[in-house]
Ligand binder design. Structure first.
Ligand SMILES: O=C(O)CCC(=O)C(=O)O
Ligand SMILES: [Fe+2]
Length: 312
């Protein structure tokens, strides 16, 4: 049997026309892909080759900083700040910029890492985040259109904040074929958009338990639902389990743009609740959910964290 594949959807800007008669079909294609797999590969041209080069150069520069500088990147939310040298994921190191699509967010982070400034890093991080946030908003808008919940999404969008995470996996040295880069998990975001540079490693688990390897390419972005999306859509879109598997003698870099909702409770749109779809989640505060993920045993170990937190 051929190995399973993820759907690939063309979201290049010139091919997107919300006024065209085929728009709703395209929106449904995105929504069905998310319902069936929790993710899909978007072909997206909003990040130019120059920006792609600049952001991965910036990534290298960031990881080349001394560890005592990188650890200054702290956060109350799990995996928003510096993570490194942890026993369960010895190859992994990561940092995150909060409010990354705002000039202020990008500047605060840059100043923390480079007190005397680093204009090119700051600009690349901001431009990349904005370009990928645009893809997030295209996708979310399409999902909202399919479900007929555009107004509800508009209010969610007003409270949306983005975190950009830089991920590095050290080059494994040894005789094994495969090394664990990142343990299997679901993301605690609403949506995550991942982008990997040259070296593959990301694997996503299908609903029937098979692992799909995702190939890297400059114009492909992996759009993946997070836990909060499952609650928001009343369970229609589930967050897929994914991990990173490394092969020997290669280091790897990836970027993740994560969506969170601040200062607004996430509740299921009324339209998504009916006799066939009874309410499955209570309304919840996304940042309180992140605290639960970080600070409680159940939040760390539950098989379906969002259900344990606010499931009915
Ligand atoms: O490195 C990758 O491709 C995946 C990273 C990831 O899953 C995460 O940051 O949550
Ligand atoms: Fe993840």
């Amino acid at each position: 049997m051929a190995p399973p594949k993820l759907p690939v959807i063309d979201l290049t800007v010139k091919n997107l026309d919300p006024t065209s008669s085929s728009w709703i079909t395209k929106c449904d294609e995105v929504t069905v892909a998310l319902e069936e797999h929790g993710c899909f590969i978007a072909m997206y041209d909003g990040v130019s080759q120059d920006l792609e080069d600049a952001i991965f150069l910036a990534t290298q520069e960031l990881f080349n900083l001394p560890t005592e500088v990188k650890v200054l990147n702290t956060s109350n939310a799990p995996y928003h700040g510096y993570v490194g040298q942890i026993p369960t994921m010895p190859l992994y190191e990561g940092l995150g910029i909060e409010n990354t699509t705002t000039t202020e967010g990008a500047e605060i982070f840059t100043k923390l890492m480079w007190p005397s400034g680093n204009e090119s890093f700051c600009t690349s991080a901001l431009m990349y985040s904005k370009a990928v946030a645009e893809l997030d908003q295209i996708v979310m808008g399409m999902v909202a259109k399919s479900y007929g919940i555009e107004q509800h999404y508009k209010s969610l969008l007003r409270s949306t904040v983005y975190v950009l995470r830089f991920n590095k996996y050290l080059c494994p040295k040894g005789n094994e074929d495969k090394y664990l880069g990142m343990i299997p998990h679901t993301d605690n975001s609403v949506m995550t958009i991942l982008h990997q540079k040259q070296v593959k490693g990301l694997q996503i688990k299908t609903k029937d338990g098979q692992w799909i390897e995702v190939d890297p390419s400059p114009s492909s972005f992996i759009v993946m639902a997070g836990d909060a999306c499952m609650a928001w859509t009343n369970g229609r879109i589930e967050a897929p389990c994914h991990n990173v598997i490394m092969e020997a003698n290669q280091e790897r870099f990836s970027l993740g743009l994560f969506t969170y909702i601040r200062d607004l409770k996430i509740e299921i749109p009324q339209k998504l609740i009916d006799e066939d779809h009874l309410r499955r989640f209570k309304e919840f505060d996304h940042y309180k959910y992140l605290e639960y993920h970080r600070n409680t045993n159940e939040g760390k170990t539950s098989k379906c964290r969002i259900k344990s937190y606010c499931g009915i």
